[in-house]
Design a protein around this ligand. Sequence first.
Ligand code: NAP
Length: 325
Amino acid sequence: MKAVHFSTGGPLGLVDWEDPVPGIGEVLVKVRATALNRADLLQVKGLYPPPPGESELLGLEISGEVVATGPGAHRWKKGDRVCALLAGGGYAELVAVHEDMLMPIPDNLSFEQAAAIPEVFLTAYQVLVYLAKVQKGQRVLIHAGASGVGTAAIQMVRKIGAQCMVTASAGKHERCLRLGADRAVDYNKEDFEEEVLEWTSGEGVEVIVDVIGGSYLPKNLRCLHTDGRLIQLAFMGGALVDGIDLGLILRKRLHLMGSTLRARTLGYKVQLTNDFMRDYWDLFAAGELVPVIDSVYNWREAEAAHEYMASNKNQGKIILVIDGV
Ligand SMILES: NC(=O)c1ccc[n+]([C@@H]2O[C@H](COP(=O)([O-])OP(=O)(O)OC[C@H]3O[C@@H](n4cnc5c(N)ncnc54)[C@H](OP(=O)(O)O)[C@@H]3O)[C@@H](O)[C@H]2O)c1
């Protein structure tokens, strides 16, 4: 098969690569689309190696068609349209995936749209439902609201019956508000701490989903309600922080949680996928949840797509279409 390969820091380009062989319980999928994740950018820089035993190719999610089944795999047949979260290997013509990780693509969604679902919606589900246990009526602050993860989280918060405020550059507010955010803050001009406290009449929010970290952490702690939960998913603004008042964590009984997805066990990811499908999958067919796509590139333009993501201009997902070569 062909696949997108890179040498550390080097440009992305198509190369010949060994076909994956579906193992026990696995299904071979002909990839029709994949989507970019920030992790891909880090992996190219040599900063985010794949977990042991996983493909060294980029690509944490795909959509495509089943072309073969491995021993013991019985849930899918040739031609089924599916999408899935991967630990790697999505920037390729073929990928072997455990059959229990596959999700059937609703008829109303294209391959491009389906490739925009797995990573961000499973992350949002894990964060909001498993970890933060967001309840109806609660208030959630989502940093980088127009990011892939943010656009999925806004929609799921609304479905739970909670409210959310987002931080994002001003030009991205309209998208966030249309998806269901109650309020958007331009973090370049406004102080999100002041805005949160005004929005919540000084009470603070029950949950914060943060991918920025750095200088946001002390403010996040001050913005949380008693028993509030902060879920740290990334630290695009820095990993080391000064000025933390541990007294706040104690007095407000705060929960600080970190989370990752890629390195989780297969069993955990299967459970997550099943729970997400049980609770939310029908909403995609009903048009009540939508994959948010910023732009679509051909996979020969993977390098340009990576540069675009690095420029922080996207609102939602950047898709790579994998066509035959
Ligand atoms: N731990 C996990 O399980 C998990 C899962 C998925 C993703 N992640 C991580 O979550 C983060 C968001 O991923 P994504 O794919 O949703 O991102 P994305 O779609 O590329 O969006 C990132 C956005 O964050 C905003 N931003 C604010 N401050 C930033 C800064 N200092 N540096 C860069 N961007 C900044 C920018 O939008 P504005 O113009 O609004 O500033 C940027 O466009 C990534 O770091 C990713 O690795 C973690």
